[in-house]
Design a protein around this ligand. Sequence first.
Ligand code: BGC
Length: 750
Amino acid sequence: MRVSRMFSAAVLCAALAGCGKADRVDELMSRMTVEEKIGQLNLLPGGDITTGAVKNSPLAERIKAGQLGAVLNVKGADKIRELQRVAVEESRMGIPLLFGQDVIHGYETVFPLPFAQACSWDTALVRESAEVAAFEASATGINWVYSPMVDVNNDPRWGRASEGAGEDPYLAGEMGAAMIRGYQGDWGERNVMACMKHYALYGASESGRDYNMVDMSHVRMYNQYFASYKRCVEEGAGSVMTSFNLVDGIPATGNKWLVDDVLRKEWGFGGFVVTDYGSIGEMQVHGVGDPQSNSDQALKAGTDMDMCSEAYTAWLKKSLDEGRITMAEIDAACRRVLEAKEKLGLLDDPYRFCHAEREKTDLYSDASRATARRMATESFVLLKNEGGLLPLNPAGTIALIGPMGDTRNNLPGSWSTGDNVAKYSTLKEVMERRTAGKAKILYAQGSNIYDNEALQTQVEFGRPIARVDKEGALAEAVAAARKSDIVILAIGEMAEMSGECASRSDLTMPDAERDLMEAMVSTGKPVVLLNFSGRPTVMAWEKENIGAIMNVWFAGSETGDAICDVLFGDVCPSGKLVASMPQNVGQLPLYYNHTMTGRPVADGEKDFHKYRSNYMDVRNDALYPFGFGLSYTTFDYSDVKLSKSEMAAGETVTASVRVTNTGGRDADEVVQMYVRDLSASIARPVKELKGFRRIHLKAGESQTVEFTIGGEQLAFYNHDLERVVEPGDFDIMTGPDSQRLSSARLTVTK
Ligand code: BGC
C-alpha cells in the first residue's frame, strides 16, 4: 500500500504541528522527491472537472500522483473540496492545492469592469468591491484570484484596456493597491491571495494588437510602466503573473533581469511568480530557444509556477540530471509556492475556503449588490450635457432605443464569472419599473450592432442580441422616437468587444448602430446617449451632434438600477476619465503624460503649423482629456497656492486649492494634482498626476484641499536608473481634469 492512501488532513496538520512557519515548509520539503517538488510548480485548468465529475478524472489522477500544485477554473465548493480531498488524502505528501480563478471584477455579484471602477477614482470603494469579490469567491473554495491587472495602456485599440486602470501609472498603482487590500485583507478565510499581472509592459502591445511585441527604453519602463507594478509589490501582493510579451527581446516569462533582478532584488518581492497561460510554451513560438531551454530559462529567471504549458513537468527533472539547472533553483521555486499555501492557512486547514453553506447564502446578496450598484454609479462618466438635458424628469413619453437597452447577458462585460445572469434586470425592465405611473417607456431595439452578420457573430462571442431586419427596425425606432419627448439611446460595444483578444482597429460606433444614432438625431428629438464600452472609443460625431452623452462602460450585474439612479438624478455623476478619448484612431497612442517635443504646438491650438509636431487633419488634443467628467452641479476652483515657493530637496511643501460647489446639488468631485519638472537631466512628461482627492460638497459648500509635495512626488529615474530629485523648477498644478489647471512655480534647491 502506498503511504499516500493513509495520509489525511489530520495527519498533515499533526506532522506540521509544533513547527514554526519556515520550519513547516522545510519539514515538508525534506520529505519531498524531486518530482513532487516539480509537481508543486505545475498549474492546470479544471478541464473536464468543470462540467464533469472529479472521481477518476485525469486531473484527479495527476493530483494523486503529486504532479500538481494548483488548479484553475473549477467552480463550486463541493468540487473544489473533493479535489482538495484527493490532494490531501490520496497524494503521498498530502499537500493542499491552490485554486485560482479570473475573478476580475466580482464573482457572483458583478462589479463594473476594472477600467470603469478606476473612473470612480474612489480607492475606498474599489477596495470594498474587491473585498466583496473575495468574500464570495472564498466561499466556494477559490483561494487565489488573477487580479489586479495594472498594465498601463496608452492605446485603447487594445481590448484589455478594459481590465486595467488606464494611462496613468500612479492611478493604476493606487487602484491595484486598493484591490490587493480588498482581496487579501488580513489573510483570513474570507480573503484570497491576489495575483498582480501582467508583469511587465503587456499594455504597451504595439498597435494595440493583443499579444503583439513590445519594445521600449529602460528609462521609459522605470518612469512610466513599472510604477504600478512596484506599488502592488509594496502593498504585499502574494503572487505575480508574467506577461506574454517580450521585454528587451526576451519573453517576460524567461527574463531574468525582469523577474529576478528587478521584481525580486530591486523591489523585494517575496511571493511567487506564475506564468501567464501557456507562456513557457510560447517562448519557442517567439523564436527563442527550444522547449527544454525555455523551461530552464523560465526557472532560472525566477518564474516559479508554470500555467498550462506542462513545461516544468516535462523538462525540469531531465535538466537537473543533465546539470543544466540546480536543485537549489527547483527548491527555491517550490519553497515560494509552499510559503504561499502556508500564508493562506492551507497547511493548517486545507478546506479553509470551502463553505458549501456559505456558498448558498453569501453569494449575490442584497448587501453585495448594493455595493456593486454604488460602484457602478460612481464609474459612469458624463461627457456632455447640453442645456442640462440630464437629469431626466420621469414624465411624459420616453423612447428607449438600441440593442443595449434590453440585453441581459451583455451587462456584466467580459471576464465575468457570475451564474446569475438570468436574475439581472435589463435597462428597459428597470426603467419601466422606476417610471411606472409617471412616464411611458417606448422600447425599440432599432438595429443590429454591425450590418455584417459574420462580424456581429464574432463580436457576440456567445452573448447574442436578437437579429433584426435593418429597415424595419430603423422605422420602428424612428416611429417610437417621434411619439416621445426624449430619446435614450443605449448603444455601443457588446460585452466581448473588449477584454482579452478583443483588439479593434476602428473605435467609432459600429456601423449599424451609427445609422440608428443618425436616424434618432434626425428626428429632432433631444437625444441622450448611454455609451456602452470597455475602453475609450472615438466619439467625435457624437460630441458634435448629440445633446447628452454618458459613458456607462460595462457596469456589472446592477447596471440597470445604477443607470437609472444617475439618469433620473438620484445620484449625481462623478466619474472622470482615466484615459484620453481620441478624436480619431490615427492619434493613437494618445496620453496626457507625454514628453515635450522640441517642436511642440500649444495645448488647445486650433491651427496647423508647418514644421511643428502636429497633424494636418486633426489637432493634437484628446476629444475628452484624461481626468475629465461632468457633474449635475458645477465646481469652482481657486488658483493653486504653495506654502512656500522654494524648498531644499528632502523638504516638503503644501499645495492647496479651494473648491466650491457653485451649483444646486450636493455632489462628489475628484480634485487632481499634477507636477511638471521643467529642467531635468532627461526629458520629463508635460505633466504627471501625483495626487487626487475625492471629496463631497453640499450645494454652496467650499473645501480647501491640500496635497503634500516632497521627494515621492518630484522624483524620477534618471538615465542611470537612479531615483533622484533634481534641483530646479517645477510646475505644481491643480484642477478638475488634466487640462483645466492652475499652476504655481516651485524651485527646488540643493
Ligand atoms: C490571461 C490572463 C489570465 C489567464 C488565466 C490568460 O489568457 O492573459 O490574464 O489570468 O489567462 O485565465
